[in-house]
Design a protein around this ligand. Sequence first.
Ligand SMILES: [Zn+2]
Length: 149
Amino acid sequence: MRRAHPVVGRLRLGLVRHAPPLLKDEPDVLVATRCPACDTPHAWVVGRDTPPPGDQVAHFLTPMHRAWDDVVHTCRNQRLFCSTDCVDTWLQRTGQECGYLMDLGTLWRFAGDWYTGRLEPGYTRRDPASAAAYFAEVGLHGSFWGLPD
Ligand SMILES: [Zn+2]
């Protein structure tokens, strides 16, 4: 059995989302991060067939219609937390409004095909209509994603 490709360090959610589709030859990746609120370390082996177990939550700060205003800021603020309590603590501490919360299963489905083809020649970013269709398909909803509630 192959060992999970290690991706360790102070990683942001981006790597959870990018790693499995981009590392085509790896069956899974080890992702580790710390809760932005309380610094608790978390690690998951993220594979292609089932979502990683855990009751942690992902919080996306920037709504999709603003995502490209400052894409670095957008990606930096897509983070994994212990719980919604830790999200609340972090929002209070940083003086920010809640964005969008999702569980690991939804995050995993979201990440699944989002970057499919990114390394292929001629890849182009999804247009807004097909992006919205993809968001709906993986279980996201509401104005944050440009979708109905
Ligand atoms: Zn925490």
